[in-house]
Structures are given as C-alpha cells and as structure tokens.
Write a protein of this length. Sequence first.
Length: 332
Amino acid sequence: MKELIKKLTDVKSPSGREKEIRDIIIDEIKDYVDEYKVDRLGNLIAIKKGENEKTILFDAHMDEIGLVVTHITEDGFLRVEPVGGVNPRVLIGAKVHFNGYVGVVGFEGETMEEYSKNMNNINFDILFVDIGASSKTEAEEKAPIGTFGTYYSEFNDLGDKVIAKALDDRIGCVVMIEALKKMKKPKNNIIFAFTVQEEVGLIGASVAAYNYDIDMAIALDVTAAADTPKAFKRMSMKLNEGPCIKIKDGYTVSDKFVVDILKEVAHENNIKYQMEVLLFGGTNAGGYQTTKAGIPSGTISIPTRYIHTPHEMISMFDVEETVKFIVSLANK
C-alpha cells in the first residue's frame, strides 16, 4: 500500500486541476468496477453493483491545496494567492512547484525593523516565490499569471508511519482504491466518488450524488491528530488508535443514524476506532447533506499530524483499519 500512497501523493493536482490524479486513479480502479464515468465537473464516479437495492456512497477528494500565480515582478519573482487553506507561515522557506519549475518562498524585509515586523505578521502580501528567474520575461515563460502550483515534497517511509504532501486527501483515495480491490460482490451497491475542489468549498461533493438515489454517504478524509506536545487539549484524536467516527466539525454535524451504524460495524468486525469532535474544518459530508432533499451523511477520518503542510504524517495501522472498515460497511 505504501507504493500506492507514494504514487498518489507525488502527483501535483491542486483544486480545479485534478486531471493528472484522476487519470492515475482510473488506471488503478478500471478493472475492479462495473462502470465508471467522469462528470461534467470532473468528479470520477465508480460503481460496484451489490446484491440488494441499498446504495452507499464513499467519497474522497482528489484535490490538494496549492498556489496560483497572480503577479510577476520586473526582476522575475512570483506573487501568489492560496488555493485552499494554505497557511502563509508554513510557506516560509518551503519549496513549491509550478509547471515543473521548483521555487523557494521568501518574504520581504528591507530593514531589521521591517523584517521583524513582517516575520510576526506573515501574509501573502509580503510573500514571493523565487524560481531562479532573472527577469519578468523569463518568469512569464516558466510560470505565467494563472499558473497553479503545489508544495514540492518527497514521500518518506518511517516504518509504521509515512510522511508526504497531500495526504489530505490522497490517503482517502488510497483507502477507497484498496477497499475496491478487496471487494468481490458487496451486499450493497457501492458508489466511489473521487471528487474535485473540496479544498475550495466542497464543490465536487455538492453535485457528485445528484443523479443517484443514495441511502447513506460517507466522506473519507483526514482529521487533526492532537497527540503532539501542547496540541489542542479539547481534542482526543491520536495516531495508531484507528480511524475516527466523526461526531461534528466546524462545518457539519454527522447524522446520528450514520454514526450508530458505523459504531455497530466497527464492533461487529473488531475494528479499532476512536470518536472525533473536530474544533474546526469540514469534509465533503457537508456537500452530501445538502444534495437534493438531503442524504444521511457522516465521515470516517484518518488522524493526521501537520495537516496542510508539505509534510503530513499518518499511521499505516490507521489506514489499514480504515480499509477494513469500508469493506465491512459495504457488506453490512
């Protein structure tokens, strides 16, 4: 599974530019599904037919956070805007990638006073990206205005854990691919929705289920692990304790029927799990809750450290338990 994680996280496909990752996922799943299609927005919808009439939808978003070039200075430095939730503090000194050209993020400061002031107030107005261009003309040839970019970061295998960019939410995609490959003939009809533009507003999930009659929708996403020094003391999610059944986050409250079903499936199949209350954020469950007349929805989350940075960390145990969870729910 680690090879698949590396394969998917190495891809650079920010929100609105998901074709590259979508093509790779299609190649992974095409021999294991009864049918698949790409909708008009770019969502990849894959269907595995079951034995009864009940339909469960699993969702993982393909996109990742990124940057877009907004301006180029006369001496060839790029000004950028975030695509999704990019913390400008995390960008300082980070490597980013535009059109195959790697750059380093810096910030302004002409005097010690200004440098210190800006250091304490990092924002996109004072950031720039250095791609090694010597002029505006050279930079425009490499990364013209409107070019999308992502973190430039490598996959690291730590044994029972891995580090990579874009585990939010390529790890959800990995889980769905692995679960799909393990399914023969599930009891329920299963729809796997690999969706676009979650990071900029749950866009793909707002339309992915519209043409289907869904009994239950489950978003597969990451959640913040609170097991590092001085982490949020009002949260309890940890690595190596299994996937999380979400109760609520900053955007949605999970359907109680869905939560109860998830807990029941976990107990019946000896799946280690933990309960999640996230103080912020949201998942594609919110998109399904407001589809048509509403779909009962919830989220299974994988605890992750350092979310939305170039170096996110997960536990392989949690990933493997999540795959088991999805397969078990498909056969509930």
